[in-house]
Design a protein around this ligand. Structure first.
Ligand SMILES: Cc1ncc(COP(=O)(O)O)c(C=O)c1O
Length: 412
């Protein structure tokens, strides 16, 4: 099994060159989707009739389906066969494959939410923020023409895909160097700063803070349904994605907000070489969805929906864990949210769970037919694990029913 966000399962009987190429496809995708194996087929020693495996491993944002279903068919988009044939969208722009209307809608949304400075900044669209992470690493490292690969670090617990993204193609420009807290060298480095952090939900800043450091801010979860919007952030490179903002992970649309025009151009060059741009169909869909949210032209407010679902889930989880210390999740003090104009409880996309030292929490959960992602993939001990809060209601309800027996297991 390849340990990636894509969670593609590779049979051990596949000859190794084939396995390597299948692994290549799996890791290149590097997203929170299950590509091949069904939950049923993972039931090895379980009674298929009675126990189903619940997947809380991937951050697949299916909780948003309920909202978009409620919008109905009023907002369907149709793309005719004669539309969007060209590679080009805006030949005058440095990001020549981005539809001008998408750039406008991205700016509108940030101005509405107040989570990022867009005025005077360069915006580039990518195939999800996964591609933009690679583009940013390339754009920062390339001009240095480093004699050996530049270190890429992030503070543990870090997003489990960073090591794979940095190392997969064995670039001569950069390589994964692990936990930023342990970085002691004086050579140039790139620090990935994830805020709110995946997996633990913390609002974060850089930790290395050396003069020759370059920062990439991954702000996939800096939206009001997950956290308080405390300020419009204004960093050199900021990455966002519809995957975690609107739930449209399948559209593969992310964007970068970049201060330095040369860095922005090199990021676009990376995307030009790797995919010659980004699907126009996906951009058109993103345009209509972002516009709906910014103009609040949906029957109910999108962010209110997200906030209430997340708040309810966290409330139920905390209630289920009340009075026990065998399984702990972090607390988040309310903070003033400029978007809500009120104090906001934070309800992160993941519950970062901690069990007693020495336990393997992922394994314990697996014994109760719950898949979570173990601490090791985030650079932490195995008594930690990440539980996705982004799935469907029915699975969350089933999880809550199984929690008492998990707690019993953890107590023994
Ligand atoms: C912190 C973080 N960055 C980036 C991504 C990738 O998102 P995308 O679907 O836009 O590639 C994810 C997905 O889970 C994430 O959690």
């Amino acid at each position: 099994m390849v340990s990636t966000e894509a969670a593609v399962v590779i049979e051990s009987s596949v000859p190794s060159p084939v396995a390597a190429s299948v692994a290549a496809a799996a890791v290149a995708v590097a997203v929170e989707v299950e590509a091949i194996k069904t939950t049923e087929s993972m039931l090895t020693n379980l009674d298929l009739e009675t126990v189903s495996v619940l997947d809380f491993d991937k951050g697949d944002p299916t909780m948003y389906e309920a909202y978009w279903k409620s919008i109905g068919e009023d907002f369907e988009i149709t793309i005719s066969a004669s539309q969007a044939l060209s590679y080009f969208a805006n030949p005058k722009s440095f990001c020549w494959f981005m539809l001008p209307k998408l750039e406008q809608e991205i700016r509108n949304l940030h101005n509405l939410v107040g989570n990022a400075v867009v005025e005077g900044r360069h915006i580039a669209v990518g195939n999800g923020s996964s591609q933009l992470i690679q583009a940013a690493l390339y754009a920062l490292a390339e001009p240095l023409d480093p004699p050996s690969p530049i270190s890429v670090v992030s503070a543990a617990p870090f997003y489990s895909c960073y090591p794979q993204i940095a190392d997969y193609v064995r670039s001569g420009l950069f390589k994964w160097a692990g936990d930023a807290h342990a970085y002691v060298k004086d050579t140039p480095y790139i620090e990935m700063v994830t805020s709110p952090n995946n997996p633990d939900g913390e609002l974060r800043g850089p930790v290395v803070n050396k003069a020759n450091g370059m920062l990439v801010h991954d702000l996939a979860y800096y939206w009001p349904q997950y956290t308080a919007i405390t300020e419009p952030v204004d960093h050199d490179i900021m990455l966002f994605t519809v995957s975690k903002c609107t739930g449209h992970a399948g559209s593969r649309i992310g964007w970068a907000i970049v201060k330095d025009p040369d860095v922005a151009k090199r990021m676009v060059k990376f995307m030009e070489i790797s995919t010659i741009g980004v699907s126009k169909e996906a951009q058109l869909r993103a345009i209509s969805i972002l516009e709906m949210i910014s103009t609040n032209s949906c029957p109910s407010n999108f962010f209110e929906f997200g906030q209430s679902v997340m708040a309810e889930r966290w409330k139920k989880l905390r209630e289920a864990l009340k009075g026990t210390d065998v399984l702990q999740v972090p607390d988040f003090p309310p903070q003033h949210c400029n978007f809500k104009r009120d104090y906001n409880e934070c309800h992160p996309a993941y519950a970062w769970m901690k069990a007693q030292e020495g336990l393997n929490l992922e394994e314990v959960m697996k014994e109760e037919s719950i898949r979570v992602r173990g601490g090791g993939t985030f650079g932490c001990p195995s008594n930690y694990a990440r539980l996705s809060m982004l799935g469907r209601d029915k699975d969350v309800d089933l999880l809550l029913k199984r929690l008492p027996s998990i707690l019993k297991r953890l107590a023994h």
